[in-house]
Design a protein around this ligand. Structure first.
Ligand SMILES: [Cu+2]
Length: 151
């Protein structure tokens, strides 16, 4: 009898949590995960040029969303902002600073740093509306680059 009451209370609490919550599209709660994998994510065309190595190639998020990158490959990548770019540059835009993890906002610039296989980046906040192109220090020309659109 005691156990049954406990279960009823627990289920009630669960219902309260899931009902009327934050819409999934806002990115609240668990945040948005971008997959980093050069082996699996084949090149595709985007409005910004050829993308590859990240999934999705173009991620649309609401301002305020929390984003992170997970490297599911067996070797190292970065996810590094290409500052002020409206299309993917022909040559690699990255310097050695891409190898050091820095930045926690899209508009402020960021890099995951050298992200080993199986590891996750820092959390990056979509702080301002805009289009943000990014790519990998090691494999930019593969191509390994993609876009985040915050709106
Ligand atoms: Cu890479």
């Amino acid at each position: 009898m005691i156990r049954r009451s406990f279960i009823a209370i627990a289920l009630g609490a669960l219902a309260a949590c899931t009902g009327g919550g934050v819409p999934a599209s806002s990115g609240g709660g668990g945040g948005i995960t971008l997959n980093v994998n050069l082996t699996l994510n084949a090149p595709v065309g985007t409005p910004y040029g050829e993308s590859g190595g990240y999934d999705p190639p173009v991620t649309t998020v609401a301002v305020g969303s929390q984003i992170h990158f997970i490297n599911t490959d067996s070797f190292t990548h970065t996810a590094t902002l290409i500052p002020s770019a409206t299309e993917f540059p022909k040559g690699s835009p990255f310097g050695l600073s891409a190898l050091m993890q820095h930045g926690t906002t899209l508009s402020g610039g960021f890099s995951s740093g050298a992200l080993q296989g199986g590891s996750s980046s820092q959390t990056i906040t979509a702080d301002r509306a805009g289009t943000y192109l990014f790519g990998c220090f090691f494999h930019y020309g593969a191509p390994m680059r993609a876009a985040i659109v915050a709106q």
